[in-house]
Design a protein around this ligand. Structure first.
Ligand SMILES: *Cc1c(COP(=O)(O)O)cnc(C)c1O
Length: 345
């Protein structure tokens, strides 16, 4: 029994459809752990959106290594978000014409075109995030140097100052952009951009707000694998720790291999001391760290640091004791959690 992501399929699909219908030019992003769903599943869902005539012609992945898994499930163009570098292996011919490379340095642009003169490229402009991309001058050079499919900007998450930054970059590049590939603009900002620049094709790249935008459609649960009563002072666990009071040890599925960690420390001690405890991945005494697992309506404390595939929780006397096989809710960061099963109903 496993750590499971249960998806209310009708509700989730309804959300995906409504985002696609209200976001012209949408480029779904299926990178990393596939936002908890897996990249392959997201690629199939992107194809499903495309099949409904919702205009999804391009899917984005994070890295070249992620291409094969989505390429067999989504038929359109594939944008790679990590900028191309000379060490990227040549693509096989079947894939090469579907892939849109992101390029952010003049040397790379020249090297890529030398390797594949017909390479499809999006030119990335460095933003205030300062991750990748051309300076303004280099972007103008790149825009003038040959065929391209637009300019990409990756904006910081904090909303507010986005539009002025985008407008400044547009001002620099003039009318030669064609398409602007953007992330993290609100619907309102996208609308204002479209009306201010009617000839600009806006391509919003969206991951989180698409796949995870309706949290109530998603629930992650762990399975109760075992339950043991413990008396006050009784030893348990890898380190023979002693129970400070009577209750139950509840062993649930979900551990470090799934991305379940120690988080949200509670109890005594300075913030700094508690942070150090968490960083060491160790507990000096029971009851210092709250787990993401909820039993009988409350987030329960880890009885000891999570194991590789299971976690041991302490349930104090008086709480309702779950049965082996029960499912209990888990609060997770979807982009950092690998579930064992996805159940779409
Ligand atoms: C990951 C990523 C996105 C999508 O980000 P979300 O916050 O998940 O929507 C968009 N653009 C780039 C360049 C990215 O790397």
């Amino acid at each position: 029994m496993s750590l499971t992501l249960a998806v209310d399929g009708e509700r989730w699909r309804g959300h995906l459809r409504s985002v696609a219908a209200t976001t012209p030019g949408l480029v779904p992003v299926a990178k990393g752990n596939g936002y908890g769903f897996g990249r392959g599943r997201l690629a199939r869902k992107a194809q499903w959106l495309a099949d409904q005539g919702l205009g999804v012609d391009t899917l984005a992945v994070g890295t070249y290594e992620e291409l094969p898994e989505v390429a067999s499930r989504f038929a359109g163009s594939l944008l790679v978000l990590t900028p191309w570098r000379p060490w990227v292996a040549d693509l096989d011919p079947g894939l090469a014409r579907r892939v849109v490379h992101t390029v952010g340095r003049l040397d790379d642009l020249a090297a890529l075109r030398e390797r594949d003169p017909a390479a499809r490229v999006v030119l990335e402009r460095l933003t205030s995030m300062k991750r990748h991309g051309f300076s303004g001058d280099d972007l103008r050079t790149a825009l003038a140097s040959g065929r391209h499919e637009g300019v990409a900007v990756h904006l910081p998450l904090a909303a507010g100052a986005h539009l002025p930054e985008v407008e400044r970059l547009l001002g620099e590049a003039g009318n030669t952009i064609g398409a602007l590939w953007v992330s993290h603009l609100t619907a309102d900002e996208l609308g204002r951009l479209r009306s201010a620049y009617p000839s600009l094709v806006v391509r919003p790249r969206v991951g989180t707000a698409l796949w995870l935008g309706d949290r109530d459609a998603l629930q992650v649960t762990a399975t109760v694998l075992d339950v043991h009563p413990v008396a006050r002072g009784e030893a348990y666990g890898y380190r023979g720790r002693r129970a400070p009071r009577a209750g139950h040890l509840v062993v649930v599925s979900g551990g470090t291999a799934h991305g379940i960690g120690l988080e949200a420390p509670t109890g005594q001690g300075s913030v700094r001391a508690r942070a150090a405890t968490v960083a060491r991945g160790s507990l000096d005494a029971l009851g210092r760290v709250r787990s993401p697992f909820t039993i009988d309506g409350e987030a329960r404390l880890f009885a000891e640091p999570p194991h590789m595939q299971a976690s041991m929780l302490f349930l104090p006397a008086g709480a309702r004791v779950p049965a082996v096989g029960d499912r209990v809710p888990v609060r997770v960061r979807f982009t950092a959690t690998d579930v064992d099963r996805v159940e779409i109903t």
